[in-house]
Design a protein around this ligand. Sequence first.
Ligand code: UD1
Ligand code: CA
Length: 510
Amino acid sequence: MSPEKTGPAAVIVLAAGAGTRMKSRTPKILHEIGGRSLVGHALHAARAIQPQELALVVRHERDLVAAHIASVDPAALIVDQDEVPGTGRAVEAALEALDARHPGGQLSGTVVVTYGDVPLLTGTLLAELVASHEAGRNAVTVLTAVLADPTGYGRILRAADGTVTGIREHKDATDAERDIREINSGIYAFDAAVLRDALAHVTTDNAQGEKYLTDVLGLARAAGGRVAAVVTEDRWQVEGANDRVQLSALGAELNRRTVEAWMRAGVTVVDPGTTWIDATVILDEDVRLLPNIQLHGTTTVARDAVVGPDTTLTDVQVGEGATVLRTHGSGATIGARASVGPFTYLRPGTVLGETGKIGAFYETKNVTIGRGSKLSHLGYAGDAEIGEDTNIGCGNITANYDGEKKHRTVIGSGVRTGSNTVFVAPVRVGDGAYSGAGAVIRRDVPAGALVLSLAKQENAEGWVQENRPGSVSAALAQSAAAAQSAGAVKTDAPGAAPTSSTTPAPTEEG
Ligand code: UD1
Ligand code: CA
């Protein structure tokens, strides 16, 4: 027994069923809620009780499911069910495979059975089931719930004194048995030896012609074992996702639970109903989440950061005290006290340094931005490296793609670029350099240089009056010209400004 695995001998997760009611080309258990597949949630709950072995029974879309399991839980044992149908057969196959791996040839102790399509089940409830099972020295302990509408479920049969005597499947039940509202969740703890012996005696002699796992209860009792139930008040934890309506309801309930747990852990959530947080996201105390946000994947948000409103972050690390407003981001890192948004698109590989800024209508990709540097408005920065305390002016673009390959732009620290500067990569701009408005930087710029791309400006005087006669522009131009020739320049009228400026402004603060 490995020291860190202190739980039951095994958990067997049943996942061989077809799930036809999903009406999907994707196997049911690969559908996702809260950022994990249904089977991913099942495996997560199973791992939480630290079993010695974890087996998953597959059949429908076997290869797709097996590949997915290998990616989310590579240590799980994949077991193939044969053509004999039924939950009993599925468990039998798993037990045989586990026995074959066991040094003594037979597993002993507690074996837990769960389903791959019951995503809200928690490790906490599974641990309660196992504790109750082991404390009572039971042969079988079944997890049950009392439902308003038990239609379709197996019903729990109890003797007059309340002891559990068996389970009757809905299709095999009498009218009186169908009135029973306590249902079988399909989740159990078994003594391995009892389970093995009973399964050898389970037949397919029932309404569905299947090997029922539920028959084990009656057989265990007949063999003198104690059979008991743990009744949960929390019906969500035993609810399966059979169609897309249930999938959505389970997803909403999972999210409600996740959001509530984070609020209890010290996160402010202004509008829980429009706040969606994957089960995999990690938040710190005093994070504030504003309405209408989605946090996905490996996203983390550090203390005092504010996210939202209207923000979607996937695999984004948000630093302490940062603000992220109306932003769509993935695979990005936002430094402490940095600010992003509104209307900002952060693509993978964006790394924004402490106190930096990526402002409105910016798209970034694969760019490292140093501490205190600001890209305040309207632009694209991709395949680039920007130093510290650099100010990138409005409308700057890294032209990183030559039609075939991507190239890098390297910009130093303390740089000031004018509006509409274009960096034609590959290109380097040294520390402290400046660029004038509209500069197209095709060659490297040394530190401290001012780069200007000057094209001679031409004014074709009187062009509008001649070519657009009768237009509003022509009329205004005409009166401005008349006023000017009368020597009375009105400084508050548009179009009446002096014709030349005496102070050239090569750079513009962003
Ligand atoms: C089963 C129980 C029923 C219980 C219900 C809870 C039996 C005979 N009945 O019903 O008492 O109330 O679950 O949902 O056990 N599976 C396999 N191999 C199979 C058949 C099923 O792995 O041959 C898996 C399915 O993928 C699913 C789970 O077992 O995860 C339950 O199968 P499903 O057909 O949904 O349950 P029922 O047999 O209707
Ligand atoms: Ca089911």
